[in-house]
Design a protein around this ligand. Structure first.
Ligand code: GDD
Ligand code: MN
Length: 377
């Protein structure tokens, strides 16, 4: 490596989070060597147990190449936490994070490193939106617009002046990372934003123009959830300490579940309800049961998809077991809800306040138990 004093000393670790990137690894290591020379660096693949055997492919490489390292995580998901774990696992004084799918050009690495080593910058970011960069590799126009909007929002909200705070390609001294690692949320994709926002004093950032290439092989894992993850990341940063992010998600989904419940109940009563010879034949109990089951299933599905995206249950058996456990948890929660509310009413609290208190207690119960017994590992 051109910049390090002793050519064999480890200077830079390149952290490469992977999810189903098997066919991209060998070519990537070759490109890293092309950009950085034969030594002074290591490539750390952090794989979330990809079904395509990415971790095995990485180990095959590592067997004959001491510059390649592998972290295989079981039962966990997430780009940000994978990047943090990789960055904390190296002795190299500088760390970079890069996509493993060839969308990020490794030829920027030496310039980024030089700017850190000279002290010119404290964080080096490869940006698609500075002069000379381009975002043509973004798969859709909608995604490109979304990316620009999110950048604007990030700037306004965190005060970080950057043209591409969403970039997944950056470098910094590893001690900088270690100094703030305990404050990083590890949620979502926006790890750079998180790092920049945890600084007491804004970092001196230098941006390097990146031509965001098309992915070499496989598909993007971000398209579907990117906006959601981003918003969750922002929430986590501002309010996560007051109302924990997962609980906020759980509660919001719960509130949506109430709407679903009421809609189903109304539809049910509308369809089957009525009077007959002056007798009410509205099968309220049946309607209520159906509505509760549908709402519970709705809540289970959304929580599995969003609140516990990183611990998502997959496969029919796991889903069925999870659904049953969730139902059980919620029934106990409902009893707690009713119990608390009726006690409060007896102590002269207004009915609506008591109901609200019951709902809060029931939700906390549901959250605490389901996070352990449904999605806990
Ligand atoms: N370990 C791990 N766990 N790796 C993951 C996960 C995960 O849950 N999700 C994605 N990855 C890996 C992918 O295998 C790839 O190497 C890299 O992280 C980026 O994922 P992509 O799925 O290729 O993301 P993208 O190309 O759509 O998004 C890129 O642009 C975004 C901005 O628009 C990335 O560079 C993002 O970091 C960036 O924010
Ligand atoms: Mn990509």
């Amino acid at each position: 490596m051109a910049t390090s004093t002793a050519s064999s000393a480890l200077t830079l670790a390149i952290v490469l989070p992977t999810l189903n990137e098997r066919d991209n690894l060998a070519g990537l290591v070759a490109r890293l060597e092309g950009a950085l020379g034969p030594d002074g660096w290591e490539a750390i693949f952090v794989d979330d147990n990809s079904p395509d055997g990415t971790a095995d492919a990485a180990r095959d490489l590592a067997l004959n190449d001491r510059r390649v390292r592998v972290i295989q995580r079981i039962g966990r998901r997430g780009l940000a936490s994978a990047a943090i774990e990789g960055m904390l696992s190296t002795a190299a004084p500088y760390v970079a994070v890069m996509d493993a799918d060839h969308q990020h050009d490794p030829r920027l690495l030496p310039q980024m490193l030089a700017s850190l080593e000279s002290g010119e910058a404290e964080v080096a970011v490869a940006s698609r939106f500075v002069e000379g960069g381009s975002a043509e590799g973004l798969s859709s126009a909608r995604r490109e617009t979304g990316s620009k909007l999110a950048n604007g929002l990030a700037r306004r909200l965190t005060g970080v002046e950057l043209s591409d705070p969403m970039s997944g390609y950056f470098m910094l001294p590893s001690k900088t990372l270690r100094a703030t690692a305990d404050k990083l949320s590890g949620i979502g994709f926006k790890i750079l934003l998180d790092i920049l926002a945890t600084a007491d004093e804004p970092y001196r950032v230098r941006e390097f123009p990146l031509r965001f290439a098309q992915r070499a092989s496989g598909e993007s894992k971000l398209d579907r959830t990117v906006v959601f993850e981003y918003l969750v990341g922002l929430y986590d940063r501002w309010l996560g300490r007051v109302i924990p992010t997962r609980f906020a998600l759980f509660g919001t989904i719960g509130a949506a579940g109430v709407v679903v419940h009421m809609a189903i109940l109304a539809a049910f009563l509308h369809t089957f309800g009525g009077t007959f010879h002056g007798q009410v034949v509205t099968p309220f109990d049946v309607g209520q049961t159906v509505a509760a089951l549908v709402a519970m299933t709705f809540n289970f599905a959304l929580n599995n998809e969003l609140t516990y995206a990183d611990k998502r249950l997959r496969g029919t058996a796991a889903l069925l077991a999870g659904w049953l456990k969730f139902g059980l948890t919620c029934s106990v929660g409902l009893l707690a809800n009713i119990g608390v509310a009726s006690v409060l009413v007896r102590y002269d609290m207004s009915a609506y306040l008591a109901a609200l208190a019951g709902i809060v207690i029931g939700s906390v119960w549901n959250f605490a138990l389901s996070s352990r017994f449904v999605w806990g590992r």
